[in-house]
Design a protein around this ligand. Structure first.
Ligand code: ZN
Length: 327
C-alpha cells in the first residue's frame, strides 16, 4: 500500500501537490495513429520544446501538479513525461489503465481475465511501467456512451481492485456524461470509498441534477473539459459549477481542461490536423481556467478560499484518501 503519491519523477506527499490540474494531457494518439501515413510525423524534440513552453506558462500561473491520465492505449509515453517533468520542474502524475471499448486498443485485454489485468495495473503502480521504473500514480478507467460493455466492466473492476490494493485514486473518462453512476456502483462494489473516484467529463451535460447526484453519492465531479466548446459551452460549465457549489458540494468539484499539448497523428474524426482543431477551439488550452474561468467563478460569488478548495484541497484529498498512514 502506497504511503506517498507516485509521480513520474518520484514520490510526493499530498501537501506537496499544490494547485493541481487533474486531467490534462501532454501526448495523445488514438490506437492505430501510426498507420496513418498522411498524418504529420511525430517530432520528439519539437514536441518537447512545445510542452516545455506550456509547462513554463503553467508554472508562472502557480500550478504545482499536472495529472496526465492518458490511458495505456492512447499513446502514453511515461519516459517523455518524466523527461518533461525533470526539464520543467513541474510535478507530473501518470496513470495505468485503458480506454473505453469503442476507441481503445482492445484485443489483448479482451483475452485476459480480470485478475491478470488487475495484476498488470498493480505492477505499473508498484514497480513501474515496462522497465522504466516510472510508477503510475492513479488508475484510469473509461466507459462508453450510455451502456457499460462487458469489456469496460471488466477493466473498471480491475481498476478498482488495483486502486484498493495500492491506495491510488481512480480517474475516469465518461462519454456524453453518461454511466457515471455505473462507475460509482462498480468501484464501490469492489470496496472502494466513493471519494477515491473522480467521475471525469461530467461537464458534458447541462444537467445539474446528474452532477449533483454524483456528488451526493460522494464521488468527485469532473468539470474537466473547460475550453472544449464543441461539447458544451463554457458558460454552462461555469453556471453548473456555481450551482453545485451553491448546493453544498464545493468539496466535490474538480476543474481541468482535458487539453492536449501534442497530438500523435490526426485528431480524427474532429479535424484533419491538430492545428485545425486548435484553431476551432481557441479557449482549449491548459491555462484557460486560471486566466478566464476563475475570474468568472469569483464574479459568480465564490471566494478565493473556495477557489483554493477546488484547485488545491480537493485534488489533495482525492490523492490522499487511499494512502496508508505513515507512523
Ligand atoms: Zn483525457
Amino acid at each position: 500500500m502506497n504511503e506517498a503519491i507516485q509521480t513520474t519523477t518520484g514520490e510526493a506527499t499530498p501537501e506537496e501537490l499544490g494547485r493541481t490540474l487533474v486531467h490534462e494531457h501532454v501526448l495523445v494518439g488514438y490506437p492505430g495513429w501510426q498507420l496513418d501515413a498522411k498524418a504529420p510525423a511525430f517530432r520528439r524534440e519539437e514536441a518537447m520544446a512545445r510542452a516545455l513552453d506550456q509547462m513554463q506558462e503553467l508554472k508562472d500561473l502557480g500550478l504545482g501538479t499536472f495529472v496526465d491520465p492518458c490511458p495505456m492505449d492512447l499513446g502514453r509515453d511515461v519516459e517523455f513525461l518524466a523527461e518533461l517533468s525533470q526539464k520543467s520542474g513541474m510535478r507530473i502524475v501518470c496513470t495505468t489503465g485503458a480506454y473505453f471499448e469503442a476507441e481503445g486498443n482492445t484485443f489483448t485485454f479482451r483475452q485476459l481475465p480480470v485478475e491478470e489485468i488487475t495484476e498488470i495495473y498493480v505492477k505499473e503502480i508498484e514497480e513501474g511501467v515496462g522497465e522504466t521504473g516510472i510508477k503510475a500514480g492513479a488508475v484510469k478507467i473509461a466507459t462508453g456512451s450510455r451502456v457499460v460493455s462487458d469489456y469496460e466492466r471488466k477493466l473498471v473492476t480491475a481498476g478498482a481492485r488495483a486502486a484498493r490494493e495500492t491506495g491510488v485514486p481512480v480517474i475516469s473518462h465518461t462519454q456524453d456524461a453518461s454511466c457515471g453512476h455505473d462507475q460509482i456502483d462498480i468501484v464501490t462494489g469492489e470496496g472502494l470509498s466513493p471519494d477515491r473516484l473522480l467521475v471525469g467529463h461530467s461537464d458534458g451535460t447541462e444537467d445539474h441534477w446528474y452532477q449533483r447526484a454524483l456528488a451526493e453519492r460522494g464521488a468527485y465531479v469532473g468539470f474537466d473539459r473547460f475550453g472544449i466548446s464543441l461539447f458544451q459551452p463554457d458558460e454552462v460549465r461555469i453556471r453548473n459549477v456555481l450551482k453545485l457549489a451553491g448546493a453544498g458540494h464545493l468539496e466535490r468539484i474538480l476543474l481541468s481542461h482535458d487539453s492536449i499539448m501534442c497530438w500523435l497523428g490526426r485528431p480524427l474524426p474532429f479535424a484533419n490536423s491538430f492545428e485545425e482543431l486548435l484553431a476551432a477551439l481557441p479557449k482549449w488550452r491548459s491555462t484557460f481556467i486560471f486566466e478566464e474561468v476563475v475570474p468568472k467563478l469569483l464574479e459568480g460569488g465564490l471566494s478565493q478560499a473556495d477557489i483554493d478548495t477546488i484547485l488545491v484541497d480537493n485534488p489533495r484529498r482525492l490523492f490522499a484518501a487511499g494512502l496508508a498512514k505513515r507512523d
